[in-house]
Design a protein around this ligand. Structure first.
Ligand code: GRF
Length: 221
């Protein structure tokens, strides 16, 4: 790709399969971003190994090693600043970020969540969906604000909930869509093709707008 790539900082806490999807997307020549660094608040996160395998700097900023949230976020900011990060992608990152932190990257923090928001924010979204008996579940990529999974929605993908699903099988089906949707949303957002109007976003890339509200190809059996 000609032109400069936007520098992403990816924040993780666990397995990092969404990080992997972003790393894979960034490996493509025409992708407009690169992963400049990966930061985990969990020292043993497998995501760190994925980053290292891709040759991306990976650092641990352990929340438990800091006396307060303010100090933890200051260390997080320093790691991102040192890597020249412009946009932040949360990928299975299990800490809530303060308004102060978000103010350092206004409109430039994205998250992927395993539910069709605004339904089932917070922890165990797939379990919440199963317990509520919904027939359609899915995932959402959204801008991050100081609430829990409350920011403006960029894109969503739906999957069916099948009669014999448990948390594991539903999570796996949703994850496939997360891995497709997140890189697409990142590409559109960092290239300025997602316009914000209050809680609503509008994708200005005509060819891809439909992809942001896709049903899983396996939805109808
Ligand atoms: C994903 O379902 C993500 O949406 C959620 O946590 C899970 C972590 O996945 N926030 P991974 O660490 O990206 O594999």
């Amino acid at each position: 790709m000609s032109g400069r790539r936007v520098r992403l900082g990816v924040l993780v806490s666990g397995s990092g399969s969404n990080l992997q999807a972003l790393l894979d997307a960034c490996a493509r020549e025409d992708f407009p971003a690169e992963v400049a660094c990966v930061v985990s608040n969990m020292p043993g996160a497998y995501a760190l190994e994925r980053a290292r395998a891709a040759g991306v700097p990976a650092v641990v900023v352990d929340h438990k090693a800091h006396a307060s949230k303010v100090e933890f976020e200051a260390a997080l900011l320093e790691a991102l600043r040192a890597a020249g990060v412009e946009w932040v992608c949360l990928a299975g990152f299990m800490r809530l970020l303060s308004a102060d932190f978000l103010g350092r990257f206004t409109g430039k923090v994205l998250n992927v969540h395993p539910s069709l928001l605004p339904s089932f924010p917070g922890l165990h979204a797939q379990r919440q969906a199963l317990e509520r008996g919904v027939k359609v579940a899915g995932c959402t990529v959204h801008f991050v604000d100081a609430g829990t999974d409350t920011g403006p929605i960029i894109g969503q993908a739906a999957v069916p909930v099948l009669p014999d699903d448990d948390e594991q099988s539903l999570s796996a089906r949703i994850l496939v869509e997360e891995h497709r949707l997140y890189p697409l949303a990142v590409r559109l957002a960092v290239t300025g093709q997602v316009a914000l109007n209050g809680m609503c976003t509008r994708v200005t890339a005509v060819a891809t707008a439909g992809e942001l509200a896709l049903r899983s190809p396996g939805a109808v059996k």
